[in-house]
Every structure is written in structure tokens, then in C-alpha cells.
Design a protein around this ligand. Sequence first.
Ligand code: SAM
Ligand code: SF4
Length: 347
Amino acid sequence: MAESPPGSVSVRKMEDRFGHRISYLRVSVTDRCNERCQYCMPQETQEWLNREEVLSYEEMLRVVRVGSGLGISKIRVTGGEPLTRRNVLWFFEQLNRVDGINDIGISTNGTLLGKLTKEGISTAQALKNAGVRTVNVSLDTLDPESYAETTGRDLFEDAVAGIDAAREAGFEKIKINSVLMRHRNEHELWDMIEFAKDRELLLRFIELMPVSTTHVLTEENFLPSGEAKKLIEFRHGKLKPRPDIRTNGPATYYEIPGTGQIVGFIGAMTNLHFCETCNKLRLTCEGKLRPCLGSHLEFDMREVLRNEEMTDEDVARFFMNVVDRKPEMHEFRENYQPGRKMVAIGG
Ligand code: SAM
Ligand code: SF4
């Protein structure tokens, strides 16, 4: 790779060995969370990373700046629960100032979106003011008891208040991500559809993935998206495929006949085309760059970031090397054994 003068990372594009242009970086800002979702975290006592192990906002911004010079234009901030990290609104404001970043989103459990900031506005409104375009809220059930059981916290009302705060703030898009679990929420799919329709939210059902070291990730709890689709069709009639709808991710979308409402499915386990459009990298909060959620490959970028001799050009080279190792597809269908908890990777 040719050397560039210091401070001027030349504009190159990152493309993996399979022709995917990499333009999307998920940044996990914390491994901590105010909930304890059964499929995400082991239920035993949590051990969190020490403060100095977690990248500072400045370090994360440097990664984003270098990434944008290599073609990254979309950032989704995630965690853990990103809204639990101190001064996270400042981080969003700074992200919005990075040249080349034109699409900023957040993945959140929603429980803190309605919380008022010092300025007396909702956190959702503050995120909107900071330049966030899309909000993905996780909500698996509309039953407060089931919510408490799944998430380990009695925060259903806060999550719904958060969704309403996001609606009031007027985001371009609000998506609801709902993890499918047999015997847990399969009887609620129709109600979830109504909930999303009433509030004009884009609902997506997600298959359980073996990404975490938790006890609920079993065959018995797995509900395939094809079966969820059939359950929906039982009431609503045949769903119409909408391949024209793309949200820069692996969801496939369908239209519910008669209403025009769109519903999405994220079927990492059963959709054999799942990885074909992957344009994503993940930065964990302790600075590991991961080319794929469903592979154990991860590379320690923190070492480079904290080495004073390493320039932005070295960080760029690190990016390119990781992209070169991006696998063609995930390994979830090959008896993949999770190595760490999801909350530490960043969903
Ligand atoms: N705390 C935020 C939230 O809940 O949206 C962001 C982080 S969370 C790890 C991101 C997404 O990963 C959530 O939608 C969550 O439901 C999903 N997730 C976590 N563990 C999962 C699993 N084992 N299978 C499928 N999705 C999972
Ligand atoms: Fe927390 Fe999100 Fe994981 Fe639930 S899914 S434990 S809210 S990080």
C-alpha cells in the first residue's frame, strides 16, 4: 500500500474479496446495559470491562474519521445500551461533524429515550437534534410481565414511552426489532403488527442467533422466520414480497395485503442469502474490529490507536487488512459456539 503524507488519508474504498463495498460501521460504545435480556446476556452476575479497557469517544471518533476516508458513510451506535454511557449525546454531535458520514442511527432498548435532558427535552429529541436519522428500538412483547421476564427488568412502560418520545421527535425512520422466541412471543405477532401500524413503525422480526453464551439459545426456543410469516399469513392472507425495500441491512420485507403495512424478517439462521449484501464492520467498545458477527474473527485496533507511533495511515491499513479477511458468510449454521456475550460485541 502506498504511503500518504501524514494526516491525509487518501480516499480509497474498502471492498472485500467477494465484491462487497464496505460502507457501514456499527460502533458499540459500551458493554453495559440497564436490562438483562435472556438471549443477550448470561444471567449470572455481570463482569463489566474496566473503564480504561473501553475506547474513549475520541478514539472512536478517530476510527470513524479514518473509516470515512475509506468509504464508510453510515454509522449505527449500539452497545450494550448506548444511552447508558455518559455524555453519549456529545459523541453523536461529534459523529455528525465527521466529513462523509451522512447516516447516523442508534440501536436501543428504548427505555431511556423518554428521559429528560438537562435542557428539559427528551433524550430522543436531543438525539434528533444531534443529527441521528434512524432509531431502532428492541421490543419483543407487549405484555409487561413477559417483557420483565425476557429483559430481566420491569421497564415495559419506559420502553413504550421511549418509542412515543422518538415519534414525537420526528425521526426519519423508527424501526422495532423483535426477537422471535417460541412459547414466548409467537402468540403476539398479530398484536405487534397492530402496535406498529397504529404508531407507523417499521416492524422487523429477528431470528434468535447463537451469538451469546446464554441458556435460552436452544433449539426448542428457536422460532424460524418462515413459521412466523405463516402465522401472520394465517390472519392477514399471503404476504407480498417487497424486494424493492432495502434498509441497508439483511432484512427481507413483505407487504400485508389490504393495509399496505410493511413487515420485515431478519433470518440469519434460515435465510441462505443472508450475507450476500453485507456491507458492514463492527467496532466493539474495547476496540476490536470484527468483520462478521457470526465469526470469531476479531482484530485489536486499540493497540494501534494507543500506540503513539501509529498514524492515521496505519489505522487505515488496519481497516483494509480486516476487510481482506471478511468471510463470505457467517458460521451460525455450522454449529457455531459463541465465544462471548452479545452485549460485549454490540448487536
Ligand atoms: N441495547 C440495545 C438494544 O437492545 O437494542 C442495543 C444492543 S442489542 C445487543 C442489539 C440487538 O441485538 C437487539 O435488537 C437485540 O434484540 C439483538 N440481540 C441480542 N441478542 C440476540 C440473540 N441472541 N439473537 C438475536 N438477536 C439478539
Ligand atoms: Fe441490553 Fe440490548 Fe442486550 Fe437487552 S439486547 S441486554 S437491552 S444490550
